[in-house]
Design a protein around this ligand. Sequence first.
Ligand code: NAP
Length: 284
Amino acid sequence: MTVLNEAMNDSPILVLGGTGKTGKRVARQLTERGFTPLVASRSGERRFDWQDRNTWAPAVAGAGAAYLVDSQGENAAALMAEFAEVAVKAGVRRLVLLSARAWEQAGDEAGFAVERAVRDSGAGWTVLRPTWFAQNFSEEAFLRDPVVSGEVRLPTGEGLEPFIDAEDIAASAVAALVEDGHDGATYALSGPRVMTFGDCVREIAEATGRDIRYVPVSPQEYVELVVDRGADRGYAEFAAGLLADVASGSGDYLSDGVQRLTGREPRDFSQYVKDTAGSGVWQG
Ligand SMILES: NC(=O)c1ccc[n+]([C@@H]2O[C@H](COP(=O)([O-])OP(=O)(O)OC[C@H]3O[C@@H](n4cnc5c(N)ncnc54)[C@H](OP(=O)(O)O)[C@@H]3O)[C@@H](O)[C@H]2O)c1
C-alpha cells in the first residue's frame, strides 16, 4: 500500500516539458493534490532548455523531485545523464521518467539508453512506458490536421493499439512522484481497450457529426505525404517507422501500470472523444 511521502510534501516538484501534453497535466494534477509544480520548458515559468546548460541549475533549484520528458534528439541519453547529475547535486531525490512502451516492443536501444541514464543517476527513480496517446488526435498537428481535413492517411493498417489518455499518464506520474513504493520500478501504461486508428477516426467522426475517413497507406506513401507537407525526410521516415510498428500488431496488448499506480481503471478512448469534441478542435 502506498502512503503520501512526507519528504516530498514541502518541496516543489520540477516538471520538465511542463507545457506539453503530459507535463501540463502533471503540473495541474500536482496542484490539485496540494503540491507545488515548477513548470519548466523554453516557454515555461522556469526557463529550461535542453540545448542551453546555463538554464539547468536555475531551473532545478529548490526541487525535491522531478518529472522528466527527454530532449528526443540523437543525444537524448547523454543529455539526460548530464542533467540527472545536476539535479541530484541540487538535492533532487526522486526522478520520474516519461519513456515509451514502443521502445520495449521494438527493442529500441536509444530509448533504453535514456532510461539507463535515469536509473544510474543515484536518485530514486520510476520509469513510465505509455502506449500511443489519445491526445495525439487533438494536440499534435500530424494527426489533428488530417482529422480536420476529413481524410486521415496513415501506414497503420488494421494494427491494434491500446491508446492511453494523457490524463492517466499524468495521474500515474503524480502517484510515482508523491507516493512511496514506486522507486526502482518500471511501469508499462495503456488504455483499457485495443483499437485500430480507423476505429479512433470513426469515433471522432460520430462524436463530431463530420465525415472523416481513415485511409491506410504504405510507409513509403506516408513518407512522401509528410515530405510534401514540408517535413524533412529524416523525421518523415522516423514517424513512418513508429506508425508501421502499430500496423505490425506489436502494440496489441494491454498493460496494467495505470491500475497499479493509481488504483483505478484507465479512461476509455470514447471518454476522451466525448470530452474533446465539445472544444471545437476537430471542427476546422
Ligand atoms: N505522443 C505519443 O503518443 C507518445 C507515446 C509514448 C511516449 N511518448 C513520449 O512522450 C514524450 C513527449 O512528451 P509530451 O507528449 O508530454 O510532450 P510534448 O507535448 O511533445 O511537448 C514537448 C515539451 O517539451 C518542451 N520542449 C521542447 N523542446 C525543448 C527544449 N529544447 N528544451 C526544453 N524543453 C523543450 C516543450 O515546451 P517548450 O516548447 O516551451 O520548450 C513541451 O513542454 C517523448 O519522449 C515521447 O517519446 C509519446
